[in-house]
Design a protein around this ligand. Structure first.
Ligand SMILES: [Zn+2]
Length: 290
């Protein structure tokens, strides 16, 4: 990793198909300064086996690249709030695997959607989620972070309120358990990050409920949904309801700087994060005092 990386790295979700080391090249191709990728095939519970030479190749490619932070996104099948014991076991197992891969490739951590209680209620599933996360961290080697991602407010999905994530973090009480703030999800859940006045209150609430020192990383996405629209629809930077001005407001917050901002946008051509979105966000960052 180049030590000239800016403190607020603009990164992107890139594919690891053909070998996880390919993620480095794909990130560099769009001039991303950080990356996120899947540590295992997202469509199956079957764990991707990364041969030692593949791990080594990743580490070498990373060291020789201009890419800074590396994050893995856990597969979406996991649900720590399920009422199906077999699914819970598979879920905890795949998160342990994610953290194990993260440790092997020296990634910063794994980003996880905690899950959906499917109407049973947050309180009902709380103890199970806390126990599962505690076990996952106990069973995972190294010190890679597990970052729980905030949700957009779809029914039953845990983490659309900062208070839910905060309660989980407090109960698990591990420095390895942190939070990934998705700007689109927060906006859709009713947190107005795009407004100069409102954002102060939003960050105060984050600090009160979770603690800004537990903010590990951001997902930087514009939102096709209006404020409080409670649906998860990512848009390209500047094209959604957050807008370019909204990203300026966010980027001007010292509390949000110094972390990687990872794009999970549709892309101008619909192929995912691209050079255009990386450049839009870099331009916003470079224009903001920080
Ligand atoms: Zn996200």
């Amino acid at each position: 990793m180049a030590d000239t990386s800016p403190d607020t790295q603009i990164g992107a979700f890139v594919s690891s198909s053909g070998g996880i080391f390919n993620a480095i090249e794909r990130a560099e191709a769009i001039e991303a300064e950080a990356l996120m990728t899947f540590g295992s095939n997202n469509r199956t519970w079957r764990k991707t086996q990364h041969k030692p030479e593949v791990i080594e190749r990743f580490r070498e490619a990373h060291a020789a690249s201009t890419v800074g932070e590396v994050w893995l996104h856990n597969i979406y099948l996991a649900n720590l709030a399920t009422d199906d014991p077999a699914l819970l076991e598979r879920s905890t197992d795949c998160v342990v695997n994610g953290l194990t891969v993260a440790d092997a490739i020296a990634a910063d951590g794994v980003i996880l959607h905690t899950g959906s209680h499917q109407g049973r209620g947050f309180e009902t599933m709380f103890e199970q989620v806390v126990k599962a996360l505690t076990g996952i961290l106990d069973d995972s080697p190294g010190d890679a972070v597990l970052a729980l991602e905030n949700a957009a407010g779809q029914g039953g999905v845990i983490g659309s309120q900062f208070s839910e994530l905060g309660a989980i973090l407090k109960a698990v009480d591990s420095p390895r358990l942190q939070v990934c703030l998705d700007t689109c999800h927060a906006f859709a859940a009713g947190y107005d990050l795009a407004d100069k006045q409102a954002i102060e209150e939003v960050l105060d609430e984050f600090d009160r409920e979770i603690g800004l020192d537990h903010l590990a990383v951001l997902h930087a996405n514009d939102s096709m949904m209006e404020l409080g629209g409670r649906r998860d629809r990512h848009d390209n930077i500047g094209d959604g309801h957050i807008g370019t001005d909204g990203f300026h407001v966010m980027m001007e917050q010292p509390a949000l700087r110094g972390r990687a901002w990872l794009l999970e946008v549709p892309g101008i051509d619909g192929d995912g994060p691209d050079l255009e979105n990386v450049n839009r966000l870099k331009k916003i960052r470079d224009a903001s005092p920080g």
